[in-house]
Design a binder for this molecule. Sequence first.
Ligand SMILES: Nc1ncnc2c1ncn2[C@@H]1O[C@H](COP(=O)(O)OP(=O)(O)O)[C@@H](O)[C@H]1O
Ligand SMILES: [Mg+2]
Length: 367
Amino acid sequence: MVLQDLKLFNFKNYSEANLRFEQPLTCFLGSNGSGKTNLLDAIHYLSFTKSAVNPSDAQNIKLGESQFMIKGLFKMNEKTKEVVCSFQQGQKKIIREDGLDCQKFSEHVGKYPVVLIVPQDIELIWDGSEVRRNFFDSLLSQIDHGYLENLIVYANFLKQRNSTLKMFAERGQTDHDLLASYNEKIIPAAKFIFKKRKEFLQEFIPTFQRHYQNLSDSKLEKMDIQYRSDLEGTDFTELLTKNLPRDLLLQRTGSGIHRDDFLFLLNGNEVKRFGSQGQQKSFLIALKLAEFQTIAEKKKFKPLLLLDDIFDKLDDIRIDKILKLVSEDTFGQLFITDARPARCREIIDRMSLKAGVVTIENGKFTV
Ligand SMILES: Nc1ncnc2c1ncn2[C@@H]1O[C@H](COP(=O)(O)OP(=O)(O)O)[C@@H](O)[C@H]1O
Ligand SMILES: [Mg+2]
């Protein structure tokens, strides 16, 4: 899959932008704040129907304007597909594929897959379980529509269940029928997601470990991912019944797949505490490369790879290992951003790849 063309209208700091990508590698160069990440984010919108940076669509409209539009021309199996994402203040966001409005965004996700590597990925190791759940949810959503649909059902009904628990506490009375009607939706969705997460990891972990070994020089390091869930070894229906008094007291649902975690382990210990900086960086890149490989295998084509400012955070060894993968043709189309043009050009030369360079200054280009 190749993104041939990208057009923006009033998106973030761009009034109007027109870009054509003719090479497998495109570099967006420009000083900080010039709009490099915004371009990657526009591509992310076309793929995920949302921003990777700012979840508020309204805030992604150029300041002072009332709507944005992103248009991408993708080439897939010799066919060209036009994807448009537009949003007007106060209206519903629109995703349009070849002129047809998409009714269910969950069906769009995964059609034009991307893998994004950003310096903030370190949060996957350092932050709470939500970031890790989001990572695996986003990966699974791209390869399994049913997964995303169940996730949406679960999130909706969990939210309703929680506000109902609050209402019960305020009114001092409990409507068990109402709770049962939520449970009826939540339980099958939770069981589905639990099963998928578990099955997925069985395949994913060996892929991830292979990538880690390729990046690391030590064969003594065993990196692992361990799935933790309230649903493990219990029947979720029974668990919800058992925990109801506590849920009523806390006014929220205290057990379920919204509390799942994925532990990142180095020789059995948490990477967060026991991994060196280098090991943590390799861990994250291996995770993303495994994501790339998983999607490529499932889709039978390669996702776009977006690398945002990663050269700042990587040392030469790891840069070289990634470049080796690039030169071995592991990736399809690649987008890289860098605030230091000289370094980026040197890297392009080392890769001896044909690259398109787009230089950005305050939302304007020189190509
Ligand atoms: N809705 C918006 N309207 C106008 N400018 C915006 C909007 N959202 C973000 N920006 C601007 O985009 C710039 C950041 O762009 P970004 O792509 O993150 O830069 P970088 O080149 O450092 O990656 C900032 O100057 C920010 O003010
Ligand atoms: Mg940036």
